[in-house]
Ligand binder design. Sequence first.
Ligand code: GRF
Length: 185
Amino acid sequence: MIKIAVPVSGTGSNLQAILDYSLPVTLVISDRDCLAIEIARNAGIPTVNLHRTFGPKFNKDAFTLEILKYLWKYDIGLIAMAGFRTILSDFAFDWFPKRFLNLHPSLLPKYKGAHAVRDAIMAGEKVTGCTIHIATAVLDEGPILAQQKVPVLPDDTVETLHERIRIAEWELYPKTIAKYLREIS
Ligand code: GRF
């Protein structure tokens, strides 16, 4: 059975959806203190909080290597990033080709980056959504596995729209991971 790791940084609502779907999550990795890592601990799943530093002192390669060591240690075969906010060094994707999945709150290729929800509102979009794709060394690029459209309402704020996108993500991400697991097994 392929073992899944879920890197997280935030509220962990997608991690919760993945756990509720009974996917074989054997490790949750965070880069900071966050609610998501608490969710994993409460679920009794092994966790590692790597407490990354911010600013010029951050050593991305060393941090990436630290992550890889845990992926090897736990014999991980699929990494489903769920709101993970550190961009890893390119070599991570060479060691685990086609084994990193990413969840992004826009209809890629539109609105890459950290402000996808805000950027869709600012552009006057009537529809945005979420995308699940195979992650590559290039941020928010890689083969798309699934997308779900979500309406943008006239009085939406970043928060209200992102919450509506999350609801779509909770539905789409676990079943897309399950389907991909079957394909690579
Ligand atoms: C999701 O909306 C995902 O698309 C983005 O980060 C958010 C994580 O939310 N990459 P949560 O921590 O799962 O609640």
